[in-house]
Design a protein around this ligand. Structure first.
Ligand code: XMP
Length: 310
């Protein structure tokens, strides 16, 4: 495939489809939504409104770092503070599906619905790729057109159309397009990070305090395993507690699990054989997080485990 021709073709199609209207897209900082952002800006300039939704569920410093990387490419990103809306929607929920649904509907229905109206957008650019469509058809993933999934026809509900410029590409193709677009490696080489973000890594209720704990552990794990070459690595906070000792006193503390897997396409995964030294260092740093007194390494392949915990 000629990826340069692909870029030209998509830029042309976007211009034709949007005409002199306004389009909006949500940037997460992942490679798919990042490529859509750059393609969309090439085609539409400032008629594409790119937003980063701060859901309170992102990693340390993520809203600022995403904004900065795109500012470096001359693309303004509007960071929208929706933390209270997401935390409110997640309050009291412990069931995994209910938590996922709360994140999805807060994003697409509450927050995005409002933004689209505010910006006067008639088009939504979405980073759906071919694999998403195939997995949806095969029943592996939930329907990727999430608005459709939660019973909203975007055209009817908000008066905008969804445009999916990457729907003929797989991940390797998206990375090639990213390289042609001159995107920095910190964007193109990022490990996968799920849409519902840190909510998929907290077993039980998602609260501000528990998010701070898993966020701190995530920073440590990404720091220590950044050079591992693994497909994905993460920290998850369990719902259980364990007895420990801190400063000579008993502590009923929290438990962090470290997961690091190799995989081709996330359908199957195997745990990585990490050196004892690195594991020890991670354990030491993770148990320095206030309230955490256990650090476990997950040896479970997928299946039967999934990569995420929720
Ligand atoms: P699981 O946990 O199902 O995850 O083994 C497989 C891969 O998909 C990512 N993942 C998601 N990505 N939205 C996403 O965009 C989601 O809801 C979601 N859930 C899981 C996960 O990080 C892994 O790479």
């Amino acid at each position: 495939m000629d990826y340069r021709a692909f870029v030209e073709e998509q830029v042309g199609t976007l211009r034709d489809s949007v005409g002199d209207g306004i389009a909006i897209n949500a940037l997460s900082g992942g490679v798919d939504s990042s490529v859509v952002t750059v393609l969309g800006h090439r085609a539409l300039g400032d008629r594409l409104k790119t937003v980063f939704v701060d859901s309170a569920l992102m990693r340390e410093g993520e809203p600022d770092s995403v904004k900065k990387v795109f500012a470096g490419m001359g693309i303004p990103v509007d960071v929208v503070d929706a933390r209270a809306e997401f935390l409110g929607a997640l309050k009291g929920l412990t069931d995994p599906e209910e938590k996922r649904n709360a994140v999805t509907s807060t994003f697409y229905s509450t927050v995005f619905g409002r933004l689209v109206r505010e910006k006067g957008a008639k088009f939504l650019l979405h980073g759906t790729i071919l694999t998403d469509i195939e997995e949806t058809v095969a029943g592996i993933k939930r329907q990727h057109n999430i608005l459709g999934q939660i019973g909203i026809d975007p055209e009817e509900a908000y008066g905008y159309r969804v445009i999916e410029p990457l729907m003929t590409l797989r991940k390797d193709g998206v990375r090639k397009v990213a390289a042609i677009l001159g995107m920095p490696r910190e964007v193109t080489d990022r490990i996968p990070f799920p849409g519902p973000a840190l909510a998929t890594r907290i077993v039980g209720e998602v609260t501000e305090e528990r998010l701070a704990t898993v966020r701190a552990a995530t920073t440590i794990v990404e720091d220590e395993l950044g050079n591992s070459g693994a497909f994905q690595y993460l920290a998850a906070l369990l719902g259980d507690r364990a007895t420990g000792i801190r400063d000579g006193k008993r502590e009923f503390g929290q438990i962090i699990v470290v997961r690091c897997v190799d995989s081709e396409d996330a359908r199957k995964a195997t745990p990585v054989n990490i050196s004892w030294d690195i594991l020890n260092r991670i354990s030491k740093r993770v148990t320095d997080i206030p309230g955490v007194n256990r650090c476990l390494y997950d040896l479970t392949p997928k299946p039967p485990g999934t990569i995420e915990y929720v």
